[in-house]
Design a protein around this ligand. Structure first.
Ligand SMILES: NC(=O)c1ccc[n+]([C@@H]2O[C@H](COP(=O)([O-])OP(=O)(O)OC[C@H]3O[C@@H](n4cnc5c(N)ncnc54)[C@H](O)[C@@H]3O)[C@@H](O)[C@H]2O)c1
Length: 347
């Protein structure tokens, strides 16, 4: 008989994005968020209104010592990921950790090894590839609707004021590749596979921020695809597509175009065109413009739960995400040195 006891989870880090994770957990069967933890007591108290029955902690170690938990969902900034993941692994808990997973690839390796040694799963909350429109495009590629792809463009260009809700983004010396590029580069990996070489150029257009807000990356994938991954928070458009990722993929038997407003075009060899509506089924609690992202959080959690039940690793496991994180590192190195870089890879 199947065990129907809900998995007992704790959400660590109760800031801007964590509310999406909490609301998505609340919509899941078989999960109970029984504790919330934030080192800032004011943020913790304010957040507790969304889960009034949760136990509240300002210290994660005390929480892990006092409670019987099955998993932790870490939604803190990257700097806190390593100590929290190591702590959770030590306590024998399943771990989900927000992107960017690690400050360095050495930290990523330490976290992966610690979880493997303790026999607990490590999943990175890399949600962009779980957006409905991205999954629909992956499915088109998988079923061969455009033959063998040879070129891809993965593009995220916007002038949305991300600094209002996430003011820390204006103050970080590494900005767009680290924060947003990590998602878009991961989408490129999900579509075309791992990368053998990359070249990157960056710019800072907004003088009021510290880091780069524009980047263009060219990647050579093992699959033979050449892709251009470009992202910008300095692009002014009459109708801003934020937060949509747009795609152009050419294959030897046709082309795909994922356009704004979730329109996926399939162009065939005869010059024919089929347009598919790939709009997400957005959760009731979602709100514009975040709906597609909020759907992807729910979808990532669904996958995680399926894999927990099956005892298998999620698609965005720590080891998988190591290779995405390696693209981020390689992109900064390429931009700094003006050279083509071979990204490191998990083995
Ligand atoms: N997947 C996505 O689409 C997406 C979107 C936005 C942000 N994020 C990621 O989510 C993470 C959090 O971003 P945010 O914008 O919500 O940040 P935030 O600053 O709004 O919230 C982070 C919270 O973590 C708390 N915190 C920090 N260290 C802690 C510790 N050791 N123990 C307990 N609490 C601690 C802070 O007090 C704060 O309340 C980042 O890694 C960010 O990149 C992901």
């Amino acid at each position: 008989m199947q065990d129907c006891t809900p998995l007992r989870g704790a959400l660590i880090g109760c800031g801007f994005f964590a509310l999406n994770q909490l609301r998505a957990w609340q919509a899941q069967q078989g999960v109970a968020i029984v504790a919330l933890c934030d080192s800032d007591p004011r943020r913790l108290t304010a957040f507790a209104e969304y889960q009034p029955d949760a136990a509240l902690f300002t210290d994660a170690q005390i929480m892990l010592d006092e409670l019987q938990l099955d998993f932790v969902d870490i939604a803190t900034p990257t700097v806190a990921h390593k100590p929290l993941v190591l702590m959770a692994a030590q306590a024998g808990l399943q771990v989900i950790c927000q992107k960017p997973f690690a400050a360095t690839l050495e930290d990523a390796r330490l976290m992966i090894d610690a979880c493997a040694e303790r026999g607990v799963s490590l999943t990175v909350h890399e949600n962009f590839r779980w957006q409905a429109a991205i999954r629909a495009t992956i499915e088109q590629l998988r079923t061969g609707s455009i033959g063998t792809p040879f070129f891809g463009r993965v593009s995220f260009r916007s002038g949305f004021d991300v600094y209002r809700l996430q003011p820390y983004l204006a103050k970080t010396p590494r900005f767009i590749i680290d924060d947003l590029g990590v998602h878009v580069l991961d989408v490129a990996r999900a579509l075309f596979g791992d990368v053998s070489r990359l070249t990157c150029e960056t710019r800072r257009v907004n003088p009021a921020i510290l880091g780069e807000d524009v980047a263009t990356v060219m990647l050579a994938h093992d699959s033979g695809v050449t892709s251009v991954v470009d992202f910008s928070y300095a692009t002014r458009l009459h109708k801003d597509p934020f937060p949509q990722t747009l795609l152009e993929i050419d294959g030897d038997a046709g082309s795909l175009r994922l356009l704004a407003d979730f329109r996926l075009q399939v162009h065939d060899m005869q010059g024919g065109l089929r347009e598919v509506d790939v709009s997400p089924q957005v959760p009731a609690w979602s709100e514009a413009p975040w709906s597609a992202i909020q759907q992807s959080v729910l979808s990532l959690q669904n996958q995680w739960l399926d894999h927990q039940r099956a005892g298998t690793a999620c698609e965005t496991s720590g080891t998988d995400n190591y290779n995405t994180q390696a693209l981020v590192e390689a992109a900064y190195q390429s931009a700094e040195t003006g050279t083509t870089v071979k990204p490191r890879r998990w083995k």
